[in-house]
Design a protein around this ligand. Structure first.
Ligand code: 13P
Ligand code: SF4
Length: 317
């Protein structure tokens, strides 16, 4: 019955019975997005998790997102339909690697992207998401050196906008976004000269997009570097008839719902995150029936991590 109206009714019934709210990230499968109580980007979902009044949060996204919800709402039960849904970016730095980096840079402020493990967050000064990374770094005393991790492309974007020289960037990347390359983007932009270009800052091609605009190959006001939530706001505002989208392809579903008259096309239609897609309709149903997989964060780690995550949800709109 996966994805059918019977499936949807059963998921809703079980969620109500268990006092559960269902949150879904913008990269989830369309059926999952459509059944969720809230769909959004990492920052919006963290804020919703922090304020949820239900006893259980079912997080349809990847593991670090569910972990962040648990850190913000430690007394609630947090479930993820498949705990194997990891993230290649979160895997690109370990707590030991961060300890060593901090030891080499005493006095530096650590800014960690939310795509990190709870152990890394516990060693962090402020977390950020792609929605508020620029504001988070701008909020730090300009004389204090910054260690930004783990995404090199988001880091480069933040450095470009804040013009901050005393900022070191970890060399991590997301395999999905790094795979959307500059050549593909340049070719698409060349063949769709009137389209808007929405680019997630985790993309390896963000620099190429800005280069195209800077060199006059593309109108600068048509190139937008945005979080997934920012893309939905921009979709509602655009006057373009076509938009080229450089991010994970799950994003197209909410964009098409937000602006049905606009033609949204993926820059790379193979950019699918296998971890996000582990949350299938069957997995969600099983999660509600069996109460699994439950997300636990060691209380000492959670207490330390909650300071950096709390600062994250307070900064930016
Ligand atoms: P957003 O914060 O833009 O939703 O980014 C998410 C992301 O890449 C999660 O994988
Ligand atoms: Fe992680 Fe990339 Fe998947 Fe996002 S798209 S969850 S950053 S692997």
């Amino acid at each position: 019955i996966d994805g059918t109206p019977e499936w949807a009714a059963e998921v809703k019934r079980l969620a109500r019975e268990q006092d559960a709210t269902i949150l879904a990230h913008n990269y989830q499968l369309p059926e999952i997005q459509d059944i969720a109580d809230h769909v959004g980007d990492s920052l919006a979902l963290s804020r919703i998790a922090a304020e949820a009044t239900e006893g259980t949060i079912v997080f349809c996204g990847v593991h670090f997102m569910a972990e962040t919800a648990k850190i913000l709402s430690p007394t609630k039960t947090v479930l993820i339909p498949d705990a194997r849904a990891g993230c290649s970016l979160a895997d690109s730095i370990t707590a030991d690697e961060l300890r060593a980096w901090k030891a080499d840079n005493p006095g530096a402020m650590v800014v960690s992207y939310v795509n990190t493990t709870a152990e890394v967050k516990a060693l962090t000064g402020i977390c950020c998401t792609s929605s508020n990374a620029v504001e988070v770094v701008a909020s730090i005393d300009p004389d204090v050196p910054v260690l930004f991790l783990p995404d090199q492309f988001l880091g480069a974007h933040v450095k470009r906008l804040t013009k901050r020289e005393n900022m070191q960037i970890w060399a991590g990347e997301c395999h999905v976004h790094a795979g959307i390359n500059g050549d593909e983007l340049t070719e698409q932009a060349r063949t769709h000269p009137d389209a808007d270009l929405f680019v997630h800052p985790e993309c390896g091609c963000a620099t190429s997009a800005l280069y195209l605009a800077g060199e006059g190959h593309y109108p600068a006001d048509r190139v937008k570097i945005l979080s997934t939530g920012g893309m939905i706001d921009a979709a509602r505002d655009t006057n373009a008839r076509q938009v080229l989208v450089a991010t994970e392809i799950g994003m197209l579903h909410q964009l098409r719902k937000a602006a049905p008259d606009v033609d949204f096309q993926a820059v790379n239609d193979r950019a699918s995150c296998k971890y996000m897609k582990m949350i299938t309709p069957a997995a969600l149903l099983r999660c509600l029936i069996e109460g699994k997989d439950e997300v636990h964060v060691d209380p000492e780690t959670a207490a330390l991590a909650s300071k950096s995550v709390q600062r994250m949800i307070e900064i930016g709109t």
